[in-house]
Design a protein around this ligand. Structure first.
Ligand SMILES: [Ca+2]
Ligand SMILES: [Ca+2]
Length: 327
């Protein structure tokens, strides 16, 4: 993956991973029990504090916790190397006939005021033996179903943050051509100047590999907007969210597009400690079997005050595609 998500200390209930499984040979063919899960935690800084660790049943499979989704296991404090989660017996039975989705969330904090660079952590499910089930026959998750990102506790100084926002757009629920092949949000960025004022002079957006459509063919335009409040939504009634900071429709390079205008430098002007959310929109023109994804690679953001290093790149969007509705 190669992408690190930066989260400020004091963050509550942050989703840190997700997994799913299906009981292949559920003994009773009606339900089975999910008994426990051993999670491993790697911390690059011992001041990282992970608390209130929960498994939530992700009923609607969207990778986020929704209000009607139950906490099925809870542990207040992680130990030095991990956390052993035992399911609430009242909430541990699952239908054998379907696939089940879960998210893990935790409170993330730091034991001292000053957070240095490099305070990263990750949750890991080491193998299928990390799960225990009963009455499940061969219930097991497959490796591809486990998705845990790398996290970094946001440093308090010396850096400029560029990371994926918490309200990163999701591809249309029904990925048909009429929903995907228009000008839609594809990536939310959270940017923040820490201990010094700064300005973004340039943002370069690229295509991660030749598996994906390129600028000028599958992608007809790319634009960057301010997202006030960071809610992930562009309100057409608000001028700043309706009018892009910069929009590019003509491309010099298939794999790279550079945003570098006076408008950009004026809008992306940060006072000390200021946070600004951005949304990148793309106008897709995808054909069947096309996939689209954009990235900001390591050198993608150029600052005015270059004594501050950009932390958080690379950042990737989710993958966009259209399905074939002809049956
Ligand atoms: Ca959910
Ligand atoms: Ca907004």
């Amino acid at each position: 993956m190669g992408s690190t998500i930066i989260i400020p200390k004091g963050t509550k209930g942050r989703v840190v991973g997700q997994f799913n499984f299906v009981a292949e040979n559920c003994a009773k063919n009606d339900f089975f029990y999910f008994v426990s899960l051993q999670l491993k935690i790697q911390r690059d800084d011992l001041n990282i504090v992970l608390k209130n660790i929960e498994i939530v049943y992700d009923k609607n499979r969207n990778g986020a916790v929704d209000t009607d989704e139950p906490v099925i296991a809870y542990k207040e404090v992680a130990d030095a190397t991990g956390v052993f989660l035992i399911l609430d017996p009242q909430k541990s039975s699952f239908a054998g006939s379907e696939e089940h989705y879960f998210v893990i969330r935790a409170d993330v904090d730091f034991a001292v005021d000053r957070v240095p660079g490099g305070a990263s952590f990750r949750f890991i499910i080491e193998s299928e033996d990390s799960f225990s089930f009963s009455d499940a026959g061969a219930a097991k998750p497959d490796g591809t179903a486990i998705n845990f990102a790398d996290f970094l506790v946001e440093p308090t100084e010396n850096y400029f943050i560029v990371t994926r926002g918490d309200n990163d757009p999701v591809p249309p629920e029904s990925p048909v051509a009429t929903e995907v092949n228009k000008d839609i949000p594809v990536l939310q960025l959270r940017t923040k100047a820490l201990d010094a004022a700064n300005r973004i002079r340039r943002i370069r957006i690229g295509i991660p590999s030749d598996d994906y459509v390129t600028f000028g063919s599958g992608i007809r335009s790319v634009s960057i907007y301010l997202d006030l409040g960071g809610d992930g939504i562009l309100d057409p009634m608000i001028e700043e969210e309706r009018v892009p900071i910069e929009k590019i429709e003509e491309f010099d390079d298939e794999f790279d597009v550079t945003f570098e205008s006076e408008g950009l430098a004026n809008k992306l002007h940060y006072s000390e400690g200021q946070e600004i959310f951005l949304i990148v929109k793309a106008h897709f023109g995808l054909m069947r079997n096309d996939k689209a994804k954009i990235e900001l690679n390591r050198g993608a953001v150029l600052l005015e005050n270059t004594s501050k290093k950009v932390e958080g790149l690379p950042v990737f969007s989710k993958e966009f595609y259209i399905v074939d509705l002809e049956e």
